[in-house]
Design a protein around this ligand. Sequence first.
Ligand SMILES: [Zn+2]
Length: 106
Amino acid sequence: MPTPRRDDLPTRGEGGPDAKRPGPVGTRTCVACRQEAGKGSLIRVVRDASGVATVDATGRAPGRGAYLHRDPACVEIARKKRALDRALKASVGPEIWTELGLEPVL
Ligand SMILES: [Zn+2]
């Protein structure tokens, strides 16, 4: 999801060199590799009111959320370490992992 920046030049004369940009807003920690990343590069998994973990495609679902990189390696780590189960304190069903792109484990 590249963001075109060509026309987004900073305005001179306001703020000056001391104007600090706020730190990255909305960063979250991947439960698998523990690295922070922007929300856009992470998948949110949320525990709904009934205690079931679901993939939150909108990123806005209510409930306790956990984040994973959109990277099969991280998803695999999370599955092996049960990182999502622990982060959400919920049982993460096998369909979650297939929805996240992993092959089902037989
Ligand atoms: Zn990760």
